[in-house]
Design a protein around this ligand. Structure first.
Ligand code: F6R
Length: 250
């Protein structure tokens, strides 16, 4: 695992964007696995700036997102499709037909999971999978559970995740209770994982995930088994992990 520690969120965003930009430059038709949430917003802003400056070309890039809320369609301002358009796709020269997000409005969610999993297999392994991490160690919406689940599946969100998401909704009752998520299978098939973490509130989860036991109770801990993980985080988020004496790259 390569660990990069930065002073703050902005520096984390720049460093992580540089890692992803290098991927896009090295392989212009790469498949990027993408994440939503607060953490990658700065990274996406940096990528958009790189594209505006003419340094990055997304015209052949393909993307597949990790997850989507059940019950929200892509025009809902809290849907992850809307988030991706607003934070990245509307600002880069990507062909939206090459961007994929599970359909939260599908009438049959189980069938939608099967469709998305088949699509992921057809697209092939992601060249780079971007991940954030929940306070409980979730990746995508793979919540703490008794077992790791490999394929795309429907999840009941935990209280902790619903509470964390409530900040984006006017009323807590509006926060979706279910989501569709890529399973750990497609995440672990990615050739390279780029995880971004920021803030002191993540430090316990980051330490448990990378220095604790590998267990589905801490879903991100499965990344210890991946051969190529790049972890980019600010001091506050990495403080706990750094206490364990792990080597850092910069
Ligand atoms: C969203 C996703 C989630 C988030 C996680 C952290 O697509 O995959 O696992 O990465 O909930 O969210 P933030 O970045 O808002 O702390």
């Amino acid at each position: 695992m390569q660990i990069y520690v930065t002073n703050d969120y902005e520096a984390m965003s720049r460093r992580a964007a540089a890692v992803m930009a290098a991927q896009v430059i090295a392989k212009p038709d790469c498949l990027l696995g993408l994440a939503t949430g607060s953490t990658p917003v700065g990274l996406y802003r940096e990528l958009a700036a790189g594209c505006a400056a003419g340094d990055l070309d997304f015209s052949h890039v393909r993307t597949a997102n990790l997850d989507e809320y059940a019950g929200l369609d892509g025009t809902h301002d809290q849907s992850y499709r809307y988030f991706m358009n607003k934070n990245l796709f509307d600002h880069i020269n990507i062909d939206k037909a090459n961007t994929h997000v599970p359909n939260g409005k599908a009438p049959d969610l189980e069938a939608e999971c099967r469709r998305y999993e088949a699509l992921l297999k057809e697209l092939g392994p992601a060249d780079m999978q971007l991940l954030g991490m929940g306070h409980n160690g979730h990746i995508g919406f793979n919540e703490p559970a008794d077992a790791f689940i490999a394929p795309t599946h429907v999840v009941e969100l935990t209280e902790s995740t619903i509470n964390a998401n409530a900040r984006f909704f006017a009323d807590r009752e509006e926060v979706p209770k279910k989501a569709l998520t890529m399973g750990v299978g497609a995440i672990m098939r990615a050739k390279r994982i780029l995880m971004v973490v920021s803030g002191a509130d993540k430090t316990a989860a980051v330490k448990a995930a990378f220095a604790g036991p590998i267990t589905p109770r801490m879903p991100a801990s499965i990344l210890q088994l991946h051969p190529d993980v790049v972890l980019v985080g600010d001091q506050a988020a990495l403080a706990g992990l750094l206490e364990t004496g792990v080597a850092v790259c910069g």
